[in-house]
Design a protein around this ligand. Structure first.
Ligand code: MSP
Length: 652
């Protein structure tokens, strides 16, 4: 019987369309799943969507949809992106699936009844995007210690999980299973930052919003989104709290590996194992916390229109080129970078120059010199030995790297096989051999050796670029060989290459493509800019009576430089600006969020009333007022000095 291999991705939030970073994780897990399938394992790859929580409830509200309508839309979008990049999942679970929801309710009840969960109350701070509670001392500069965003004061009656009860057992599990968390740097972080200081009880219910799985014996509360989401790994296999598990659960649990981003390693290596211990369920064998794929040259932001999405990249470059880029751009234990330019560069250097060129030259020469027939004539020369060694030794190297999740290094080994083959062409100079009739057999053997090496390289590259490898091997009249057969040179008997080879990867004209990409970014920027609402002006536009000059001089106006700006949470109209007036810095809340994004204001010099009495807007004290022009349709334009002048300058 085949050995089982259960691999999972984190389940993506259905708050918005996933960017290339989230998609990277699905591609990475898919590549490992494909590799293990080729190695003969019975693999199950599970992915899916995490659909509950306050953030999603708020997003749905803003989109004028019910939460379920909203998550249905985004979940479908996520699934279609996973399909587009070729994620070969066996199960796509959604946390709104009925079976999952029922089991989560039962799990919560069981943990409550056995005393691991108890009812208490919470006083502290809440970060909505992270759906996490924090105590005053846990905050970093008054902000969420995880994401650095604003937190809100919170007081709630809630259910808590007794984490500390299991801390020693968890530490023991780490010690007995040294590969449980990789890379090791992330394990050290967990031990030093969380386990050693002592685990605090975890708040596992929420009552300040509704969009979650209700606690069935106390429906004022919904289950904490992480307790809900983490259990997907077992409910997706048909785990049943009462013991009536589906056969899949018995076959595939415990998971071989949970693949997650570095930001959520804590949830998977502390909370999740502890929940499982409390349930009496065996623990997963490994958690791989990969780094993040970051945008080269600045943060991705929707309003800047520069978020990189997998579907855009696929449209420009094709699925396998995108897979190749993201997989090779990421080291095992660190972050990687992505930009449109670097994707183009990699495609040109690795895929067009090395792989594409090798395949097209080899096929062209077989056609030119032997009418497409590839046959080993046994005319061996010493130079062949190194090529054969590099090719046949590759699988072991790839296997060793894949075992420790060094995926980009494994791929580099395979590319080296193709590079070595290109070098072999330079060394053997088939065009020179062709000129000498007596070297015909040697020429045939050279082309055979090249074909054989390509066949080995393509078989190894298949998990990472499945369609390209299928297509390329087909052009040689061959099929992809089994991985273990890549250790033997000379398996190919006679074959005939295609007369009409396709170009696998054409060289990309970077300037041309970048022009189009920049145009796309600009259009998105415009589309994402806040819409100017077509409604009457909100201010009093009637003519005002005459005033004395002295009345006018009571108003102090100054030039203000906007140094920071952000949206005010809970308000559609308000922006919070930090402005510099010479030596002085002030906070101003202004109702211009429908006309400007924060990015459009940062760095601008505006005119501001500086001697208005401070007023509180949405809990923020505003120390001034920004001057704007407004037409009868409510269109706004701020006023700015016509030439550069120091901030803090008086306006008369
Ligand atoms: N819903 C949670 C996971 C629950 S698992 C029980 C979540 N969702 S997410 O949509 O924010 O992220 C999904 C995965 O993508 C996470 O593993 C996260 O770390 C990863 N990434 C998010 N941004 C990423 C990059 N920029 N680069 C690589 N991975 C990224 O977290």
């Amino acid at each position: 019987m085949k050995e089982k291999y259960y691999i999972t991705t984190a389940i993506a939030y259905t708050s918005s369309k996933p960017h290339i970073g989230n998609t990277y994780e699905a591609i990475l897990s898919d590549s490992m799943a494909r590799f293990k399938r080729l190695e003969g394992y019975d693999v199950r790859l599970q992915t899916g969507t995490d659909e509950h929580g306050q953030k999603i409830e708020e997003k749905a509200q803003a989109a004028n949809k019910t939460p379920k309508e909203y998550v249905d839309g985004v979940a479908a979008q996520i699934k279609s992106i996973w399909d587009l990049v070729g994620v070969s999942y066996d199960k796509f679970i959604r946390t709104t699936d009925e079976y999952h929801e029922k089991q989560v309710q039962k799990i919560f009840k069981k943990l409550y009844e056995q005393g691991d969960i108890y009812k208490g109350s919470y006083e502290g701070w809440y970060c909505t995007p992270c759906e996490s509670f924090w105590t005053e001392s846990q905050l970093k500069d008054g902000k969420c210690p995880d994401c650095g965003r604003e937190v809100k004061k919170a007081h709630e009656e809630a259910y808590f999980f007794r984490m500390s009860k299991y801390a020693d057992r968890l530490m023991k599990y780490y010690e007995e299973n040294p590969d449980f968390i990789i890379p090791v740097s992330r394990k050290n972080e967990m031990v030093n930052n969380f386990l050693k200081p002592g685990l605090q009880d975890l708040c596992v219910s929420r009552s300040s919003f509704k969009w979650g799985i209700p606690v069935d014996f106390d429906d004022k509360h919904v289950v904490y989104v992480w307790l809900d989401a983490l259990t997907n790994y077992i409910t997706g296999l048909g785990y049943d709290v009462d013991g009536n598990h589906d056969a899949l659960y018995n076959e595939f649990w415990p998971a071989n590996v949970h693949v997650v981003g570095k930001d959520i390693v804590r949830f998977h290596t502390i909370y999740w194992p502890i929940f499982l211990m409390a349930l009496g369920v065996p623990l997963p064998k490994q958690v791989y916390g990969h780094g993040w794929l970051l945008q080269d040259g600045g943060k991705m932001s929707k309003s800047k229109g520069n978020v990189i999405y997998a579907d855009d990249l696929v449209e420009y470059f094709g699925k396998d080129a995108v897979r190749y880029y993201v997989l090779t751009a990421m080291p095992q234990d660190n972050d990687g970078l992505i930009s449109w330019e670097s994707v183009i560069e990699t495609i040109n250097s690795d895929l067009a120059n090395v792989l594409g060129n090798l395949v097209s030259r080899t096929i062209a020469m077989s056609n030119k010199y032997f009418d497409g027939v590839v046959e080993d004539k046994g005319a061996v020369e010493p130079v062949d030995a190194e090529l054969k060694d590099v090719a046949t030794a590759c699988y072991k190297k790839v296997q060793a790297k894949m075992d420790v999740w060094k995926v980009s290094d494994a791929m580099e080994e395979i590319l080296n096989v193709f590079r070595r083959a290109n070098k072999y062409i330079d060394e053997t100079m088939p065009w020179a051999l062709a000129k000498d009739e007596s070297k015909k057999d040697r020429l045939a053997t050279v082309l055979y050796n090249l074909t054989e090496t390509i066949s080995i390289g393509l078989a190894l590259m298949q998990p990472f670029m499945p369609d390209t490898c299928e297509k390329a091997i087909g052009m040689f009249g061959l099929t992809l060989r089994a991985l273990k057969d890549t250790e033997t040179f000379g398996l190919t008997k006679n074959t005939v290459v295609t007369k009409t080879p396709e170009i696998l990867f054409a060289r990309i004209d970077s300037a041309k493509v970048m022009e189009k990409v920049n145009q796309m970014i600009e259009e998105r920027q415009k589309a994402n800019a806040p819409k100017q609402e077509n409604k009457p002006a909100t201010h009093d536009h009637s003519e005002k009576p005459q005033i004395e000059f002295d009345d006018f001089t009571k108003i102090q106006l100054k030039v203000a430089l906007v140094t920071a700006c952000e949206k005010v949470e809970k308000s559609k109209k308000l922006l919070k600006l930090t402005v510099k007036l010479g030596e002085e810095t002030r906070t101003v809340v202004s109702g211009i969020a429908l006309a400007y994004t924060p990015e459009q204001l940062i760095g601008k010099k505006l005119v501001m009333v500086t001697n208005l009495k401070p007023a509180k807007l949405c809990g923020i004290v505003s120390e001034g007022m920004i001057i704007c022009a407004e037409n009868d349709e409510g269109k706004l334009a701020f006023l700015t000095p016509e030439k550069d002048i120091e901030d803090g300058s008086q306006v008369f």
